[in-house]
Design a protein around this ligand. Structure first.
Ligand code: BG6
Length: 472
């Protein structure tokens, strides 16, 4: 059997992409609440545009539907559910003296329900949603944000002690280099210096949070969350191979710090060349060293092609595509190259480099789903996931990579983080709401629902079946 007996099958979401209720029960705005449809695409300044509709403000209203949704996850057989706790629900301004009890109570209900269904909660502490109240410290550019993040993290570790064991400090921490607004409240065109300072603060905050989590409960396991930006060289021309390697280094340095506890030499040299001075104060280097992560979690959607000309810089729509097209791959409706084997390659690369257990905490297909005769036949999603899971199985079985779990993104339709819309659907569960917030908010099972249920029930054995012939 390829998948280990206790393999954690499940799904993943983030607070700002599902909850809605964005100003309910004391919550205040976060950076995620200022994203409207296509904001990055048109490249305009992020801010509040009063005449526009913000799908994330209502999202799929998980805030009021969580019971039904978690029940559906349980029906699919989830062993684990990864979600984030919105900082601005718990400390609405980010730097409040006292905790907002209503915020904690909401997550009490989520965690308790998961435990009731024997679903392991995996909590992301920050998923693209820095409280707007921290603007006065320039979000992650200011050291004060580290202090307040740690206060928030400490509250979570203490409050959920014994109930939550798996924690992820920052979602896709390497996104500071590609999507700085989502990652840390920096403008999309932030300078390299600002991005590196904000990244330093997050790396420091993460390390200190790991130490804190271990001090509060020795059973806590804390992971980093890496955006799996794996890539191929544009050709075998040495300068293309070098360009690709530079891109990899730009991404992997974040993991190097979180896994090894120090900045790698190539990064230090680059910072020196760019005359970027990190705001290191006494004790910081020791904190980085002490707070290395227990495991690596990652998201995986696509691969890049990098070379001499891209100089390691990610460009294009949503900051996700580099300058070269991969003629061997087909793309999703949103232009993301589909590459199941890339997952196996990436898992091997990460495991060889770090020898830490891995956990896939995001993978899925964003697509337009159509209801026909009351049904959603999302064979394209089943096909995507089947192939990615087969690649994962090969990495585990044939290559010996240690992988703890697989969380699909998102098991229920949610708001896109990069384009702010719901039309880009990922779920096994359809939510009847459109990009203008119109709809009944009713939940429907797509065809992929029973497909995934069977994958989990058979611990992956059904991946070897011919799923089309079996007619799920
Ligand atoms: C990851 C993020 O980068 O990709 C998620 O962690 C996001 O928050 C997911 O939703 C898919 O991207 P998008 O832009 O399709 O929502």
């Amino acid at each position: 059997m390829a998948f280990p007996k206790n393999f954690m099958w499940g799904g993943a979401t983030s607070a700002a992409q599902i909850e809605g209720a964005y100003l309910v029960d004391g919550k205040k705005e976060s950076t995620a609440d200022l994203m409207t449809i296509g904001q990055e695409k048109v490249g305009r300044k992020i801010g509040y545009y009063p005449n526009e509709f913000y799908p994330s403000h209502t999202a799929i209203d998980f805030y009021h539907h969580y019971q039904e949704d978690i029940k559906l996850f349980s029906e699919m057989g989830f062993k684990a559910y990864r979600f984030s706790m919105a900082w601005s629900r718990i400390y609405p301004n980010g730097d409040d003296q006292t905790v907002n009890k209503a915020g904690l109570e909401f997550y009490d209900k989520i965690v308790n329900l998961c435990l009731k269904y024997k679903i392991e909660p995996i909590v992301t502490i920050q998923h693209f949603d820095t409280p707007i109240g921290l603007k006065k410290y320039h979000f992650w550019l200011g050291r004060q944000t580290v202090t307040y993040y740690l206060k928030f993290a400490k509250t979570l570790f203490q409050h959920f002690k014994g109930r939550v064991k798996y924690w992820l400090t920052f979602n896709e921490i390497n996104n500071m280099s590609t999507m700085p607004w989502n990652a840390g409240g920096l403008p999309l065109n932030a300078s390299e210096e600002d991005k590196m300072i904000a990244a330093y603060h997050q790396l420091l905050a993460s390390a200190k949070a790991v130490t804190l989590a271990h001090e509060i409960d020795k059973h806590n396991l804390v992971g980093m969350m890496y955006n799996g930006h794996f890539s191929y060289p544009a050709s075998c021309k040495p300068s293309d191979v070098w360009g690709n390697q530079q891109f990899q280094a730009k991404m992997l340095f974040y993991a190097d710090v979180q896994v090894r506890g120090y900045y790698p030499r190539y990064k230090l040299r680059e910072l020196e060349r760019l005359k970027i001075k990190l705001p290191v104060v006494a004790g910081d280097l020791e904190s980085l060293k002490a707070g290395t992560v227990d495991f690596i979690s990652l998201s995986y959607y696509l691969t890049h092609v990098c070379g001499e000309k891209t100089k390691g810089i990610v460009k294009g729509l949503n900051g996700l595509e580099t300058g070269y097209q991969n003629k061997y791959l087909v793309k999703s409706t949103w232009g993301w190259p589909i590459d199941p084997l890339g997952l196996r390659i990436g898992l091997n690369q990460l495991y060889d480099r770090y020898q830490l257990p891995l956990m896939i905490v995001e993978n899925g297909l964003g697509a337009v789903d159509k209801i026909e005769d009351g049904l959603i036949n999302d064979d394209y999603r089943i096909d995507y996931m089947q192939k990615h899971l087969q690649a994962l199985e090969a990495a585990i079985e044939r290559d010996g990579v240690e992988v703890w779990g697989y969380m699909s993104w998102g098991p229920i339709d949610l708001i896109s983080a990069s384009t702010g819309e719901i039309k880009k659907r990922y779920g096994f569960i359809y939510v009847d709401v459109d990009d203008q917030g119109q709809g009944t908010y009713k939940r429907f099972k797509k065809k992929s629902f029973s497909w995934y249920k069977k994958v989990i029930a058979t611990n992956g054995a059904s991946l070897r079946d011919n799923f089309r012939e079996k007619g799920y």
